[in-house]
Design a protein around this ligand. Sequence first.
Ligand SMILES: [Zn+2]
Length: 68
Amino acid sequence: MLQPYGDNFVPVIPVLDKPRHTDSHQFCTDPTCGCHEEPALIGPVNQQYIDGLLTAEEATRIIQGRQV
Ligand SMILES: [Zn+2]
């Protein structure tokens, strides 16, 4: 006989939700994540670049989640 669909089939999709955004690591390495386009996060990095604390390459690396 046919089992009613969904009665004993519970798909469990493990969600590996490790914190990727911390105070010291505000950009993750997931290129599809919105953090790389978040003005509130990019702003301070851009300001450090303007202040001469970071080179353009360093700022880009940080925003891409590849810490120097
Ligand atoms: Zn992210």
